[in-house]
Design a protein around this ligand. Structure first.
Ligand code: HEM
Length: 480
């Protein structure tokens, strides 16, 4: 007998497949599958095969004792996933990292913007303020990036000349952090001064972020038993990273005068603004770039090799000939291959892979084949890497195709690119939860690749370690 149709969908209405198992043990079993027995890829794919569905029920880590309720409806296709952007259907309150909420002690006791639902007045104020200070400093980002990136290039070249290892991973922590703070607060965090962070700013921001994410982080390169005991038995207390946080907070309090004054003009308390500014720049912004810059470099190396590198080098060199040899917004307009490579990087491996939202009401959800009844209060969860590999939208989804987003056909794919927590063709606003830095992120990622290939014709990389703990080093760098 054919499945009944729902009132709002033409697709057959079927029960959401999958189950959660027994309380506690079901969640622990799924967690062990996720991090240990199966690993991330097999975890999803085995369930998709078993249930013949891209929508299914499962428990997501961390589960007990850190999360009270780990039950989610998992979405891994292009049709169902965008419901997570529809804030009329899902609530985005306290779901930034998933089914648990890190202590507000990591953020001076405040629920910072990323944890707020757009229905909360504070979200509107904080996000609007973020837009305002990004816009005010728009002209600073590219020059500051250039200055900071150049310092790292000198480090790499000196290291290689001296037979030392040239660490991409370590230098990203310097330039990705420094250019942001210099652009917005007009002070070099490494420069001497009463609150100077020296060369510790980026590394300290990474250390402060880690315990907030630890319960959902796996594949760190540590033995599984160590990961399980250290990250998923009890939350890591904020006290362990308090000194790093205090140093960062003190820096923003000292040098963040301009953005903090702007916040006060909007009626935001100065301490709360400082905690948010720190989170915007050290978690959202630096955290994202710190993942994406090494990744895109790795993809170009792994999937493009010298041929793609030389094409990029040619394209960049020609484009900047008209702008005095300097990377500018205008020059970026004439780098279609580079732009496509950056989008393919965001598609191939979205830097923030997980999105959550709690159903605000009962509604019918659709994937490509079926429709499903979702009940108010159920947690929806999307694993974006699989959504970005949906074969119904992306041809040869498992391949990194540098030209995928070029030309009119490539342009048509952009509405399906969701790295920013929304379609690439939609605008981030105070009413949605799309990344506040969306435009800046795309521009600066293009600038990063452009600066790299302006200075170098090609490079080779060495990778040390495995998983998220792996480190990239330049083995060779051929200067232009
Ligand atoms: C590669 C870099 C970046 C990536 C991958 C990234 C990704 C994201 C994603 C996926 C979200 C949504 C999280 C969720 O609710 O599920 C988000 C939110 C946010 N991002 Fe970004 N981001 C990046 C850089 C930036 C930058 C440069 C800024 C600028 C300050 C920024 C500011 C924000 C803010 C404020 C939010 C919260 C938005 C809201 O509450 O409505 N991000 N980002």
């Amino acid at each position: 007998m054919a499945a009944p149709k729902s009132e709002t969908s033409t697709r057959p209405l079927i029960p959401i497949p999958g189950d959660y198992g027994l309380p506690f043990s079901g969640a622990v079993k799924d967690r062990l599958d996720y991090f240990w027995f199966q690993g991330e890829d097999k975890f999803y794919k085995s369930r998709m095969d078993k249930y013949k569905s891209t929508v299914f029920r499962v428990n997501m880590p961390p589960g007990p004792p850190i999360a009270d309720d780990s039950r989610v409806i998992c979405l891994v296709d292009q049709k169902s996933f965008p419901v997570l952007f529809d804030v009329s259907k899902v609530e985005k309150k306290d779901v930034f990292v998933g089914t648990y909420v890190p202590s507000t002690k990591f953020n001076s006791g405040f629920r910072v913007c990323a944890y707020l639902d757009p229905s909360e007045e504070k979200h509107t104020k904080l996000k609007q303020w973020c837009f305002n200070f990004l816009a005010r400093n728009g002209k600073n980002f590219i020059p500051e990036f250039h200055a900071c990136f150049e310092q790292s290039c000198v480090e790499w070249e000196t290291d290689l000349a001296n037979g030392k290892k040239a660490s991409l991973s370590a230098e990203v922590q310097q330039f990705a952090f420094n250019f942001l703070l210099r652009a917005i607060c007009h002070q070099d965090p490494a420069a001497p001064g009463p609150a100077s962070l020296g060369k510790h700013g980026g590394p300290d921001a990474s250390t402060w972020a880690l315990p907030q994410l630890a319960p959902i982080v796996g594949n760190t390169g540590l033995p599984h038993a160590v990961e399980e005991a250290a990250f998923r038995t009890v939350p890591i207390p904020s006290l362990l990273v308090q000194n790093k946080y205090d140093a960062l907070f003190n820096w923003f309090k000292t040098y963040g005068k301009e953005p903090l004054d702007m916040a006060e003009e909007l009626g935001i308390d100065r301490n709360e603004a400082t905690a948010n500014l720190l989170f915007f720049l050290c978690f959202n912004a630096y955290g994202g770039f710190n993942i994406f810059f090494p990744e895109i470099t790795g993809f170009i190396h792994q999937f493009g090799g010298p041929e793609l590198m030389h094409e990029l080098h040619d394209e960049v060199t020609k484009a900047v000939a008209a702008t005095g040899g300097v990377v500018t917004l205008g020059a970026l307009q004439n780098m279609p291959l580079l732009r496509s490579v950056v989008y393919e990087g965001f598609r191939f491996k979205p830097p923030v892979p997980y999105q959550y939202g709690k159903a605000k009401c009962d509604f019918i959800l659709e994937n490509h084949e079926n429709s499903f009844q979702v009940k108010k209060g159920e947690m929806l969860y999307g694993f974006q890497p699989l959504v970005m590999h949906d074969p119904k939208v992306f041809e040869r989804p498992g391949e990194f195709l540098p030209r995928r987003f070029m030309g009119p056909e490539g342009e048509k794919l952009l509405p399906h690119v969701f790295w920013s927590n929304g379609p690439e063709t939609e605008k981030t606003t105070v009413q949605n939860k799309q990344c506040a830095g969306k435009q800046l992120v795309v521009t600066m990622s293009q600038v990063f690749v452009a600066e790299l290939f302006l200075r170098y014709k090609d490079f080779t990389l060495d990778i040390e370690g495995t998983g998220k703990g792996s480190k990239l080093f330049f083995h060779t760098l051929t200067k232009a």
